[in-house]
Write a protein that binds this ligand. Structure first.
Ligand SMILES: C[S@@+](CC[C@H](N)C(=O)[O-])C[C@H]1O[C@@H](n2cnc3c(N)ncnc32)[C@H](O)[C@@H]1O
Length: 445
């Protein structure tokens, strides 16, 4: 029951506090125990809420090992601090000022570890995922599922936390990208030495070869003898992702040629991989194996009651056409794009209204699958934008009467045996025309 209003007001006014004391003491003093330093980039209310839950749920040892929003606990630097700063690694002296500033400015933002390897639209903030994994109570050895993994933020974070991840996406390009990012966590330090010197020949091979991943791979292995046999597939994936990344940059920016983009992107990828390899060694982290599949979230190849936690972000109905966005990359993996369209959630249907109706049916199936595979007592977190502006236009009803997608997924969840634990609002930047707010919706089986 809600607290009676008069009692609440009484509490506020019963004792007048000295402003100097209150301001000097600061807000964090009341939220966290002494000796807990939060991450310097923490700037949003939802992040503060997640940090607060982490501080209440995790033990001191767990906070040092796996917390997402703390850099120090009782004078001890957290693993997150080392992963973000790359300490004790130094960026090579020969690096360009652009590359140096990329790593320095990106500290504690979203590009640490291998997350910065490809700018995928709709990518999660990795530290948000790490915190959600923590507050859902997942521990090393548990299994987490992301049935729509996109660029693989969940599997990458989970692998570093000692949690097994199953990642699924209907796009073969996403599967490849997520695999490349997870693989890159396992490339040994110094394995990439000398690679940048060969960038011209690697580029011309990729550029002259037919646009098919397997043909590209065969030619790469024919022309490049890699010393570490076990890492060769991982190294190919990394370099080929850099090539696809450079193709995208070359289309968007004509300031540099394609090959120049390739060189600087490959240089950045190599530095990122070397950094995380040294940090892993320093912290004694062995990234856990991930299982990444091209598949359909509406029909998962996962056993009943086998998963300890689920995190995913579905398309926000028809807000982004992922296939169109990734078309130039997808061509390397699948010639028949219309085949992929059949499983792509949010895009099927002729009119927007029809698209939305099909979307609702699809989301019903996805959440039903999540409920089926999740163990009892475990959590399923869905990050979803309201999309109320677009829906209001599509359904021709006033915005205030539209049920935002956050409410829609809660209702579907309730009908599938899940309960609603909490929703945390989060501002969206960069999509102001279509929607301003998304929610972290936490459901429990
Ligand atoms: C919002 S993005 C996910 C981004 C991801 N959280 C990340 O950090 O990169 C939604 C993803 O859902 C995928 N998707 C759409 N329909 C799907 C389906 N039926 N099964 C699996 N994945 C699907 C899209 O390919 C896209 O990558």
């Amino acid at each position: 029951m809600a607290e009676p209003l008069n009692k609440f007001n009484e509490n506020i006014t019963s004792e007048t506090k000295n402003p100097t004391d209150v301001i000097q003491q600061g807000m964090y003093y009341n939220l966290f125990s002494e000796g807990m330093d939060i991450s310097p980039n923490l700037s949003e209310v939802y992040e503060l809420a997640l940090a607060y839950y982490e501080s209440k749920i995790l033990t001191k040892k767990e906070l040092i090992k796996n917390s997402a929003y703390f850099v120090k606990v009782d004078d001890e630097f957290t693993n997150h601090y080392f992963i973000c700063t790359g300490d004790p690694v130094k960026i090579p002296e020969y690096s360009s000022s652009r590359l140096k500033s990329f790593f320095i400015n990106n500290q504690f933002r979203t590009g640490y570890s291998t997350h910065g390897l490809f700018p995928y639209r709709g990518k999660f903030h990795p530290q948000m995922i790490k915190a959600i994994i923590n507050i859902m109570g997942l521990k090393p050895g548990n299994t987490i599922l992301d049935p729509m993994m996109g660029s693989g933020t969940v599997p990458v974070e989970a692998a570093l936390m000692g949690i097994k991840a199953i990642g699924v996406d209907s796009s073969p390009f996403c599967r490849f990208m997520a695999q490349a990012k997870c693989d890159a966590l396992k490339i040994k330090h110094k394995c990439l030495d000398g690679l940048i010197d060969k960038y011209e020949s690697i580029f011309s091979n990729f550029n002259s070869c037919p646009k098919k991943i397997n043909v590209q791979k065969d030619l790469f292995f024919k022309n490049n003898q890699l010393s570490e046999e076990s890492d060769s597939e991982k190294i190919f994936n990394l370099i080929f992702l850099a090539f696809l990344d450079s193709e995208g940059y070359a289309q968007r920016s004509k300031r540099k040629s394609h090959i120049e983009h390739f060189k600087s992107i490959l240089e950045r990828y190599i530095t990122a991989v070397n950094k995380i390899a040294v940090v892993e060694k320093h912290l004694n982290i062995t990234p856990v194996q991930t299982i990444l599949q091209q598949g359909d979230a509406r029909n998962l190849d996962v056993e009943n009651n086998s998963i300890d936690g689920i995190i995913f972000s579905p398309p926000y109905s028809f807000a982004i056409d992922y296939l169109k966005n990734d078309l130039s990359h997808l061509k390397y993996f699948e010639k028949n794009i219309s085949k992929l369209n059949k499983s792509m959630i949010g895009m099927r249907g002729k009119t927007l209204k029809e698209k939305y109706c099909i979307y609702l049916e699809d989301m019903d199936k996805v959440i039903s699958e999540c409920s089926r595979v999740l163990k009892k007592g475990r959590f399923c977190t869905i990050i979803i934008g309201t999309n109320d502006s677009q829906l209001s236009k599509a359904l021709k009803i006033p915005k205030e009467n539209v049920s935002g997608l956050n409410k829609v997924v809660i209702d579907i969840g309730l009908s599938k045996g899940l309960s609603h634990v909490r929703s945390l609002p989060r501002q969206i930047v960069g999509m102001a025309n279509t929607m301003r707010q998304e929610y972290i919706v936490i459901l429990k089986k």
